[in-house]
Design a protein around this ligand. Structure first.
Ligand code: KG4
Ligand code: ZN
Length: 451
């Protein structure tokens, strides 16, 4: 029997390449495996088929502690900016446990993120956040298949905390470590909930990034447009600060983008005009600083006109928010439309199955989503967005990217020395830069999509 115990898992080791048992009950799966097992015994000329059947059954039902169909679980840790996040995710995409500590209220008081403050808060909270995610999953480190952590790009002081913690946990728990690129994780979160097959176009719009990229595979990305100054979330956050939106009680605990969306709902998006950024350049480059400065000048003018002082709010606040949100949206939509023209010219996406994925904190915005939906309806793309909760920074997206890498065996570190050698990187382009090629084609849409 002891010999059999050794032989059976070996006979079954090929099963890793078989379709997962997910969703198939043990009995039909046992019958299916039995036929393959019988064939294999014959091929290997091992006369063990009948004697090994009970053991095979045990293996299928999770016995021997080595069921190859046991679900895979990865812990993800996120500390690239101002959120301390952790989550345990299964290979099915099920979130088994998650925890998030948001530093927003502290940073709102400072009027922006102060890196040493963010670092201290990550250090104070990371252990508790990771333990909470594990506890909610009913697991300890021993139950995990691998540990993933964001190591790039982001604020150095913030990244350093999660990178160190994740590496230490992996080494002390004797688990593989998976270094994660924050923007790749944002872009692939959608695959937890929707069938987004490579290749697809991605618009990443957050507080730190504004990117149009092609996702070819887990490890192959091409940049077709990026910002030359601010990110859209940054412009919205600074605009909200200048508009003193924190002084409006309903907006006090909201991010800048959230507060502007909330107030814009009741306003007229055409009340104030903003210039179209990058209008002269026929490529997919973003620029939000001009919009930000136009907003500042508009606020100054309106404050004077309405004699607004101190912490008071200008009366046409809703129209200003709606017009600013419209300008930001128009810029995002136009550059995305240009990217679609570029992809057509270069034939970079399958003509029958074109997908635009939108993610990052700004993708929570329903007005922006609706405008992008119009663009996709006109251009024949399907629009896929993760649920708003998964668009902003969180541990789930890191765990899921870790899971995709774990299953694909891509970028998984097993060796203690390799894990020790991992360092965080504040800057790290997501992939090859195609922006010169885009520029050389002088992309112009025949007709801008209206929204
Ligand atoms: O992805 P994220 O959590 O962090 C970064 O990686 O930057 O994005 C945060 C950004 C903030 O700038 C915030 O103002 C923006 O996302 N944001 C929104 C909304 N919710 C969050 N922007 C527009 N509309 C929203 N509803
Ligand atoms: Zn982010």
């Amino acid at each position: 029997m002891a010999a059999l115990t050794r032989v059976i898992p070996r006979l079954l080791s090929y099963n890793y390449s078989l379709p997962k048992r997910n969703g198939i009950s043990a009995k039909p799966y046992f019958i299916y495996l039995t036929s393959i097992h019988q064939l294999r015994c014959k091929l290997l000329q091992i006369n063990l088929f009948h004697t090994s059947l009970p053991l095979l059954k045990e293996v299928v039902e999770g016995g021997l502690g080595g069921d190859p169909y046991r679900r895979q679980v990865v812990l993800g840790i996120e500390t690239s900016c101002d959120d301390t996040g952790a989550a345990v995710v299964a290979d099915s995409g099920e979130v088994l446990g998650e925890a998030l500590h948001n530093q927003q209220s502290v940073h709102l008081r400072h009027g922006g993120i102060i890196p040493p403050v963010a670092q201290r808060l990550h250090e104070q909270n990371i252990e508790q956040v990771v333990n909470e995610a594990l506890e909610k999953a009913g697991m300890t480190v021993r139950d995990l298949d691998a540990i993933a952590a964001t190591v790039k790009p982001g604020l150095s002081l913030s990244l350093s905390v999660g990178t160190r913690y994740g590496k230490n946990l992996a080494v002390s728990g004797k688990k593989p470590f998976i270094p994660i690129h924050h923007m790749e994780a944002h872009a692939l979160t959608v695959r937890m909930v929707h069938k987004a097959e490579f290749p697809f176009l991605v618009l990443l719009a957050s507080g730190g990034h504004s990117l149009l990229v092609i996702a070819h595979s887990l490890d192959h990305w091409s940049i077709i447009g990026q910002t030359i100054d601010d990110a859209p979330g940054e412009a919205l956050d600074q605009g909200a600060r200048r508009l003193k939106l924190r002084n409006i009680p309903e907006c006090a605990s909201m991010s800048g983008g959230q507060a502007i969306e909330y107030l814009a709902t009741g306003g007229n998006p055409r009340a104030y005009e903003f210039p179209t950024p990058m209008g002269k350049y026929k490529d997919c480059t973003f620029s939000f600083s001009g919009l930000k400065h136009t907003l500042t000048r508009l606020i100054e003018r309106l404050e004077e006109e309405y004699e607004v002082e101190g912490g008071n709010i200008i009366p046409p606040i809703q129209d200003v928010c709606a017009s600013f949100q419209y300008a930001v949206t128009k810029h995002l939509v136009r550059q995305t439309q240009r990217a679609m023209v570029y992809l057509d010219v270069r034939d970079l996406l399958p003509s029958q199955n074109k997908t635009l994925v939108v993610s990052g904190g700004v993708a929570c915005n329903q007005y922006i989503r609706a405008a992008l939906q119009k663009l996709c309806d006109t251009t024949g793309y399907q629009l896929l967005c993760p649920p708003p909760k998964l668009c902003t920074d969180n541990g789930i997206m890191i765990a899921w990217n870790g899971m995709e890498r774990w299953l694909a065996k891509a970028g998984v570190l097993h060796d203690e020395e390799d894990i020790a050698a991992v360092d965080f990187q504040a800057r790290c382009p997501i992939g090859e830069d195609l922006t010169n090629d885009v520029r050389s084609l002088r992309i112009q849409a025949q007709k801008w999509v209206k929204f």
